[in-house]
Design a protein around this ligand. Sequence first.
Ligand code: ATP
Ligand code: MG
Length: 435
Amino acid sequence: MALITKKIKGTEDVLPKESYRWQFVEQIMREEAKNYGFKEIRTPVFEHTELFARGVGQTTDVVQKEMYTFETKGGESVTLRPEGTAGAARAVLEHALENEGLPIKASYFVSCYRYEKPQAGRLREFHQFGLEEYGTQSPVADAELICAAQSIFDRLEIKQLRLEINSIGCPECRAKYHEALRAYFEDYKSELCETCLSRLEKNPMRILDCKSPICSKIAEGAPKITDYLCDECEEHFASVQKYLDAAGVKYIVNPTIVRGLDYYTKTVFEFVTDCIGAQGTVCGGGRYDGLIEELGGKHMPSLGFAMGLERLLMVMEKQDIEIPDFDECKLYIATMGEGAKAKAFELLKQVRESGMIAETDVIGRGLRAQMKYADKIGAKYSMVLGDNEIEQGAANIKDMETGEQKQIKLDETFLEQFAAILFESQSDSIVGGFI
Ligand code: ATP
Ligand code: MG
């Protein structure tokens, strides 16, 4: 039979056998976000189009080329979120969270949608984890944010990840810098790609972010923003570096990093790797002091980062980083006969309620096939229940690895006995490990 359809180009399924990898990474992100004082925010997957047009910025690739925008039956223009910041910032404003005290520290997990050319590490639906801090202009916040990202990568044991930082100044220093850039790129007008030609007028800094080899080669010789920073921006940047040094976070100052959003100010940063090919930016972030105003709020200096989960998992796979799979089935109960099936349900409930994974036959297989299945799923212990066992009120429980068998009573002490057997077998390892 032919399938009626397949998944949309540029989207991916996460199958049951691989979801533990995602869950592991997400768990570490949740823990680190918590340690740094961030609380999760959840916002809708679609928003009014103007939110992204303003919040991400008209001159960005995302808004100009990549958004999934459509008209609803009611005639409204809505867009699937291409990133997480705009929605979070909108929610902060809409709920006047500043009244609850500053800073507002939020974390998020979002699926994002961008109409891009699908390739390794570049999808049309992808996932981001991000942190946001609203209402602080202190460089301590910049350093805290970068440290939080670094802590996540450290906990995931990711190697060969470069932290590159830069300052792109405030609108004041930027105006002078734009002039210098225009003057520089003017001489290369005949060689720049078409997109960069239009960038030259609207936002020449974006040329530094162009992925075309010719444009990036030309960009290498362009004036550096760091030479155009005003005193305040320069001081801010120096302080961020001082705090990063204090935390022992290693970084490189790369004056060519400009980032995607239009409203980035001062600090911008990326975590980059060379091990997964061209799409090597795993995390990007920075300050966006003008964003909240742009969305109709009062001046509220803010900052944040987003990391791409797919790229992160690619790096981990490439670097052979082992991800523990805690989903070990502790007990498989094979059954023969109706009485045994009912008894198995009673026992399984006890084991499952204690937080352990336990399974039984749900297909109607014969005993041999059931044992084969127990082996396939890697059950730690198995037990066969038939009329005899029920009559005797006891059964043999088998360690699937060693083959060793122990008798276990099928009464109200079942769970206690089973826990003792598990504990004994794992007494060399950490106690909490058996749950
Ligand atoms: P790139 O320069 O690679 O296009 P970007 O500047 O557009 O990235 P951001 O908007 O800063 O990316 O998003 C933050 C992170 O989200 C990126 O560093 C990356 O890890 C991930 N990401 C962005 N776009 C995609 C995509 N199309 N597919 C998978 N991951 C993505
Ligand atoms: Mg992009």
